[in-house]
Every structure is written in C-alpha cells, then in structure tokens.
Design a protein around this ligand. Structure first.
Ligand SMILES: [Zn+2]
Length: 80
C-alpha cells in the first residue's frame, strides 16, 4: 500500500503486514506521516513541552471519590 505524507508529500510504500498500515487502511481519516516528519514533529513537541511554556488543554478527569474529597475540603474551609 502507498501512502503520502501530509507534510512533505513524499509517497512511501508501506509494509502491508504492519499494524500501522492496517490502521491507515481501515480508517481513511487517519493521516500518514513519513518517519522523518514524525521524528521532526516529535522532537519539536518534546522541546516545547520541556520549555515550560506549554500547557495541555486536555479536560481534567477526576474520579468520583476525588471529587467528593474536593467538595468535602471546600465545605470544610467554608465552615471555618
Ligand atoms: Zn514527511
């Protein structure tokens, strides 16, 4: 199977036995990055994360017990 890198438009011949190729074939929306671009992006991302000026804007997932504790703490401080 051939895939074109979305960044440098290089066409790569992919090994059909690899899991990544199978994923790409089964879900056409998935984008393909050639190994060079992937490496470049990974290095830039890591350096950005390590620079300290980078915040993840992921939703914070709190378990029910943690939420309970937080609410209990809040109530405790309000009562004082
Ligand atoms: Zn590329």
């Amino acid at each position: 199977m051939n895939a074109k890198c979305i960044l440098c438009e290089r066409v790569d011949e992919l090994d059909n036995r690899e899991f990544k190729t199978k994923q790409l074939r089964n879900k056409p929306i998935r984008m393909y990055l050639c190994p060079e671009c992937e490496h470049r992006v990974a290095i830039n991302t890591i350096s950005r994360v390590n620079s300290g000026h980078f915040n993840f804007h992921k939703p914070v997932v709190i378990s029910n017990s943690e939420l309970k504790n937080m609410l209990a703490d809040k109530d405790g401080t309000l009562a004082e």
